[in-house]
Design a protein around this ligand. Structure first.
Ligand SMILES: [Zn+2]
Length: 304
């Protein structure tokens, strides 16, 4: 079986190169009206770290407050300065995204916005690093519009990587904040039961339909051609799906066996994630056959 090249796998080599160039703390304005503060939390899945964005000028919105690291929280607050904060938007509740919302809200008085917390039943199904205490002040639904004028922001529910994942789109500027759904440096991890490949692909379609001009992910560099990147990611998932289905046709059904068949030069720390992604593709085979997913979860949304 031909092996896929590794340009989409979270490569430790790519991550290392990005970290070597990274400027941590307040990077400054990266697009008109958008400032970046980079958290120093580099790990396998975060590339150089988490991107926290300040959006708008006065007031500012904060997108993805990041990990609860005092140095990062202070850097965000210093970047905000005296400006009022309109709100704190959380893409999802992995530990590298949401925990700093609380200390930043305490200091600024801003409200926290997000899709909603996950029930204990759902949290008990995973050992992913999830923020168990997250509770938005204002629960967002798909298509919810917040803010006004040039910096009005549309919230989009985009499950697939995570059940309560939201992307944020600024229609007047054509800027899409894609969270972890589409990253700037590798493909994102889709691991059942909280990750779901069918949901991932339909959320990808939703992001594509926006026709954004600039995509700012929560990890990695800005994406100047969002349509091309979304297309690459979809093609990559289709190739993996085909590889997994070829393995199933040969009688392989164990994710660890399939990983050894189709991944090349996989870093040891990524083996479990790769097995999880293969499990997501195996589940997608079931959906194609039966129309049913074994583990699809509907995120519970906090009441308005
Ligand atoms: Zn995530």
């Amino acid at each position: 079986m031909p092996k896929l090249n590794n340009m989409f796998t979270p490569s430790p080599i790519v991550a290392k190169a990005l970290r070597a160039k990274a400027v941590y703390g307040h990077v400054g304005e990266i697009a008109r009206g958008v400032e970046l503060v980079l958290a120093k939390n580099p790990k396998y899945y975060t590339g150089p770290g988490t991107n926290t964005y300040l959006v708008g000028t006065d007031p500012v919105w904060i997108i993805d407050p990041g990990p609860d690291d005092p140095a990062h929280v202070n850097a965000v607050l210093a970047a905000v300065g005296e400006r009022p904060v309109a709100g704190i938007l959380v893409t999802h509740t992995h530990m590298d995204h949401s925990p700093a919302a609380v200390p930043i809200a305490q200091k600024t008085g801003a409200k926290i916005y997000g899709f909603g917390s996950l029930s204990e039943d759902i949290l008990s199904l995973t050992d992913e690093e999830v923020d168990p205490d997250f509770k938005p002040d204002i629960a967002l639904a798909d298509g919810h519009l917040i803010g006004e004028a040039d910096w009005q922001i549309m919230a989009l529910h985009t499950p697939g990587h995570f059940p309560n994942h939201m992307a944020f789109f600024v229609p007047q500027k054509g800027i899409l904040f894609s969270g972890d759904h589409v990253m700037g440096w590798s493909t994102t991890v889709v691991v059942p039961p909280l990750g779901n490949m069918a949901e991932y692909l339909s959320s990808l379609d939703k992001l594509e339909r926006l026709g954004s001009h600039l995509m700012l992910p929560s990890h990695g560099l800005a994406v100047m051609d969002p349509a091309a990147r979304i297309c690459e990611v979809r093609q990559h998932r289709a190739m993996r799906q085909q590889q997994v289905e070829d393995c199933v046709a040969k009688g392989f059904t164990d994710p660890s066996v399939i990983v050894s068949e189709i991944y090349e030069d996989l870093a040891e720390g990524l083996v479990l994630a790769a097995e999880g992604c293969v499990a997501a593709h195996l589940e997608y085979v079931d959906i194609e056959k039966t129309g049913q997913s074994r583990t699809s979860l509907v995120a519970e949304q906090a009441p308005f």
